[in-house]
Design a binder for this molecule. Sequence first.
Ligand SMILES: *[C@@H]1O[C@H](CO)[C@@H](O)[C@H](O)[C@H]1NC(C)=O
Ligand SMILES: *[C@@H]1O[C@H](CO)[C@@H](O)[C@H](O)[C@H]1NC(C)=O
Length: 292
Amino acid sequence: MCDYYFDGKGKAFRPMIVVLMARACNIHHNNSREVQASQRSVAIIAEMIHTASLVHDDVIDDANSRRGKMTVNQIWGERKAVLAGDFILSAASVALARIGNTTIISVLSQVIEDLVRGEFLQLGSKENENERFAHYLEKTFKKTASLIANSCKAVSILGCPDPEVHEIAYQYGKNVGIAFQLIDDVLDFTSCADQLGKPAAADLKLGLATGPVLFACQQFPEMNAMIMRRFSLPGDVERAQQYVLQSDGVQQTTYLAQRYCHEAMKEISKLRPSPERDALIQLTETVLTRDK
Ligand SMILES: *[C@@H]1O[C@H](CO)[C@@H](O)[C@H](O)[C@H]1NC(C)=O
Ligand SMILES: *[C@@H]1O[C@H](CO)[C@@H](O)[C@H](O)[C@H]1NC(C)=O
């Protein structure tokens, strides 16, 4: 069960960013692009924490497909899926302890707290429209960006003693992470199930109002009632989908993602030039143009 998603078919987006960040920071500090064993461990741990959270999310959402495969809960049942997620997280904790640095332990433990708090935020909703957007961005940071931000910070701490570099790494990861999720939320409306490896409009079906819906609601206030009842009446999902596609919710969410990517680029550009730094700059572009 625990091996199931480690089949080499994921995007490995997180380990890739973390290893590039490790190299970029090492070069910035002492001109060695050598990735230290502890930095490589952080990349592995980041993917493990991410995978454990997917296994648990699929139980919470009662999802039956992911990355074009059946989910763990679908095959083995919910109870075993919860335990499998716990087991992956425990293996990640053992690997984290083995690095033997209390600073790194506390940076990466924060991620686990944020993931749980983010999931709770997603279960709640806000009545007030302004509060709703802030709530959505906070949820997005905690559920997606915190892992990338803090893993980037961890490898920067291991590679370079300068606190300014740690802040650059953190800000880069945070901004790329939020942009990544905003585009994910756009793809839920614009991409078909085949491309995504999971059903389309999945968020609406779960009762979730993401960026495109929140922007569309500014143009079509009649969506408010639907958001408040979490798209639970027959036809709500389809009608909300129509509203979003008639509005410029998709464009506005994409534009917001562009602004986060621009901020990430601004931060990482402060590091000494290297192929790895430039790859991280390029990556902000790929986040915006991906279609799955
Ligand atoms: C953690 O690693 C960093 C970078 O090598 C080092 O500066 C720091 O002293 C270490 N902290 C502990 C508590 O071992
Ligand atoms: C500095 O460079 C050496 C190789 O020249 C490498 O072994 C060492 O890990 C580097 N130190 C840091 C903190 O990146």
